[in-house]
Design a protein around this ligand. Structure first.
Ligand code: PMP
Length: 396
């Protein structure tokens, strides 16, 4: 290894460890369900994005296997050459139906979808108004586009309006976009989309909503744009297929010309191999399940409300979540790590989330109840939270 690289890594890794910011990865030894096994220990899992339990759904497993038997394990090429299987076409039709748009395009991940879609449309002559708490993949997609990034205060519509007005009146930019998460994953709050749409109309701005944590969860499962009835007003309805949908991938749903443009100009569609057939078949079936019944959605919300009430009653700071996402905000990074470690020892998996995923001093243990949890599991988790919370002085 080069001496310079060696010195850089040693110094920086040590600094992260000293600050309690070094993240150890925990391999899961089986399905990522309501219970998981890690290092031989069975734990109540409160850290997965498998909101509806679809990642381990038996019917979806069967459908994926059938597709593998018919098509094989790989798509064989990038989408724009011959990696587009008829399965991808069906998936994109289903996504458009799901999101109430003309058309949709799917990608290999939510992360590369944001990188792809933002940079395919925005360039150095443009500006992007971005909520300060937007996801890392949005930030990277904005950076890649080379557009001027103008951050606005989290969900602060006065700040957004002021910055939108200034951007348009400056005459410096060809296009201006507003970009926001639909549901903010670290706090569980919902973006103020009706106000955002109003500001976009007032100043002729492009609108982009990343609904990674809303699809399957808000809007009776159809997402945050649907929740507000704004399907005709949002230009980019972006989402992931890896969270409530349970598999992997990302997508943009929107008007036909937008999707046509992304198919010729977004680089992962042109230069990265397509999602494998087993996954595509399972995703399409999962979307149909979400559209056909709200049973899993209702269970998810019921479990979310139950866990929130239990932790709130104990005196934990659970923030102002409007969704089943239930943060336990602790603050200090080292205490957060210690809290999570003690939960693990007692039988709960709730990962510590610290900088850079959240701001410094805003460390938290984030709980993600799912449709698969039983009330008994949640009760057991609440008892453990009480024990560890009192032991570490997080609650009285
Ligand atoms: N956007 C948001 C808001 C997310 O939370 C995530 C997942 N962490 C992504 C995009 C990336 O999605 P994926 O995991 O499917 O790449």
């Amino acid at each position: 290894m080069s001496n310079v690289l060696d010195a850089f890594l040693q110094e920086n890794l040590q600094e992260l460890k000293d600050q309690g910011l070094y993240n150890e990865v925990d391999p899961v030894e089986g399905p990522n369900g309501a219970k998981i096994q890690i290092r031989g220990k069975e734990l109540i899992n409160l850290s997965s994005n498998n909101y509806l339990g679809l990642a381990t759904n038996e019917e979806l497993k069967r459908i994926a296997k059938e597709a593998i038997d018919k098509y094989g394990v790989g798509a064989g090429a990038v989408r724009s050459i011959n990696g587009t299987l008829d399965l991808h076409v069906k998936l994109e039709e289903k996504l458009a139906e799901f999101k109430g748009t003309d058309a949709a395009i799917s990608y290999q991940s939510g992360f590369n979808c944001n990188m792809a879609a933002i940079s395919a449309v925005m360039d150095k002559n443009d500006a992007i108004l971005s909520d300060q708490l937007n996801h890392a993949s949005i930030i990277d997609g904005c950076r890649l586009s080379k557009a001027k990034i103008i951050a606005f205060k989290h969900s602060d519509m006065d700040d957004l309006r002021e910055k939108a007005k200034a951007a348009q009146e400056s005459g410096l930019y060809n296009k201006v976009m507003i970009i926001t998460d639909g549901v903010f994953s670290m706090d569980g709050d919902i973006a103020k989309l009706p106000e955002i749409v109003q500001i976009a109309k007032e100043f002729d701005l492009i609108t982009y909503v990343d609904d990674a944590h809303g699809s399957g969860v808000t809007g009776k499962g159809k997402g945050t744009v649907k929740h507000f009835g704004l399907e005709k007003d949002i230009d980019f309805q972006m989402g992931t297929l890896s969270k409530a949908v349970g598999v992997v991938g990302g997508y943009v749903a929107g008007k036909q010309p937008l999707i046509d443009w992304l198919k010729v100009r977004s680089r992962p569609f042109l230069f990265s191999t397509a999602v494998p057939p087993g996954d595509v078949a399972a995703i399409t079936a999962a979307l149909q399940m979400i559209m056909d019944s709200t049973e899993l959605h209702d269970k998810l919300w019921d479990n979310g409300d139950y866990l929130k009430a239990g932790l709130d009653k104990l005196g934990f700071n659970i923030g102002a979540s409007e969704t089943p996402i239930t943060p336990c905000i602790i603050g200090d990074e080292k205490l957060t790590q210690q809290f999570s470690k003690r939960l693990f020892e007692e039988g709960v998996y709730a990962k510590a989330i610290v900088f850079p995923t959240v701001q410094k001093g805003a460390g938290r243990v984030r709980n993600m109840p799912t449709a698969d949890h039983t009330k008994e599991m949640l009760d057991e988790a609440i008892v453990i939270y009480e024990k560890v919370g009192k032991e570490l002085g997080v609650i009285k």
